[in-house]
Design a protein around this ligand. Structure first.
Ligand code: F2R
Ligand code: MG
Ligand code: MG
Length: 349
């Protein structure tokens, strides 16, 4: 079982980086025809392009900070993680960060800051961000902690360093739990997988703050549960169109409009699909499909790539894709080290 698990860890982080790098091409595009996606993907086979040509964005930059912090501290340490976010932003501010979060990252750089959660709480008039920036970097929490309780607890706190709105941090918990379940092989039973995520979110969305946030934003009482129920309905439908997926689930920069969408991409692509090349394996299908939705493609592909990579493992990822993307070797190294951490006895449930 150990080599299988290590392969899943590597698949999760490399899949996440690949989704970010490959998906960056279409971020913000409204309409992405499938043949443009396939053209973009087949260009990755071109050996004359050179290695690492597709650069990673904020999604990977912040994911690496999360992983580095968990590995160095061998625990969740909010001050250390916050310091790494701020330092990374200062070193490379042009990685395509959200326009709101950069204010948090600047404040986190202050050596006088007492409460590292405070800058996030001041965002958007005190409501906090509901963007998907907490979710896009959540995968390492699933790789560092064995216990589901720890995955829940620390992915939430890790997201709250920049996203204090419950829609933001609940999206991060959902993404971390999806990777956690996928690592355990739960995607072998897709219906059970989605049902487990729905019951997890039922617990989280019972919370009074979640209920108040949903009301203030004119959303239904259990917004994530309701999107996940839509995922389940779409899974049962034959021939669901890209337009239906976008209108039912969304493809935007808000966590609510992108985390359930990424989960749907993975579930939908467990089987071969019309329009996607027969020679594609499940991970390739997942990334291709995520791009074809348009909108926040780097982040949806990054999150779907992490969940799918945890299911299919590293061997499912074409070498040419890996060689085309910046930061793959580093992500692979982080995955190896997180696996070693995960195997330590004190991290057992
Ligand atoms: N930033 C990008 N891509 C460029 C898209 C530009 C876009 N017009 C923009 O709004 O920035 N990609 C990267 O950002 C996403 C992750 O963002 P993150 O870390 O969540 O940032 P932020 O700033 O906290 O939230 C993003 C935007 O969401 C809206 N928003 C969030 N909370 C809000 C609230 N409570 N009220 C109103 N609006 C809220 C704002 O427009 C934020 O700027 C990923 O896609 C990553 O790839
Ligand atoms: Mg990005
Ligand atoms: Mg994005």
């Amino acid at each position: 079982a150990a080599p299988v698990m290590l392969s899943r860890f590597r698949g999760a982080l490399v899949g996440s980086v690949l989704g970010d790098c490959i998906g960056g091409e279409f971020e913000g595009a409204v309409d992405v025809p499938l043949d443009r996606v396939l053209q973009h993907l087949s260009a990755l086979e071109d050996e004359t392009r050179g290695d690492g040509i597709l650069l990673y964005s904020d999604d990977t930059a912040m994911m690496r900070c999360v992983a580095d912090s968990l590995l160095t501290r061998m625990a969740f340490d909010e001050r250390d993680m916050a310091r790494r976010f701020a330092k990374e932003y200062n070193l490379a501010p042009d990685r395509g960060y959200g326009s709101g979060v950069i204010q948090v990252l600047r404040k986190l750089a202050s050596p006088h800051l007492k409460d590292v959660f405070q800058p996030a709480q001041a965002q958007f008039g005190g409501r906090g961000s509901f963007g998907n920036g907490g979710a896009m970097r959540a995968a390492p929490f699933a790789l560092a902690f064995r216990s589901r309780n720890d995955v829940r607890k620390y992915s939430r706190l890790g997201a709250m360093l920049t996203h204090s709105c419950s829609l933001g941090y609940n999206g991060a918990m959902l993404q971390a739990l999806a990777v956690h379940l996928s690592l355990q092989g739960a995607l072998a039973l897709p219906k059970e997988f989605i049902n487990k995520l729905i019951s997890e979110m039922e617990e989280m969305e019972k919370d009074e703050t979640a209920q108040l946030d949903a009301k203030a934003l004119n959303l239904s009482d259990f917004p994530y549960c309701s999107r996940l129920h839509r995922v389940k309905e779409l899974m049962d439908r034959n021939g669901v169109s890209i337009e239906e997926v976008i209108s039912e689930l969304g493809n935007g920069i808000a966590a609510l409009q992108s985390v359930p969408t990424a989960i749907f991409c993975v579930l939908h692509c467990l089987e071969p699909r019309d329009g996607l090349p027969d020679q594609f394996g499940g991970l390739e299908r997942t990334i291709a499909y995520s791009l074809a939705l348009g909108g926040d493609t780097d982040t949806i592909a990054c999150m779907a790539g992490a969940i799918a990579g945890a299911h299919y493992g590293i061997d499912s990822i074409p070498q040419s894709w890996q060689m085309s993307c910046e930061g793959v070797a580093e992500a692979d190294d982080l995955a190896h080290r997180l696996y070693d951490l995960y195997c330590l006895p004190q991290f057992e449930e």
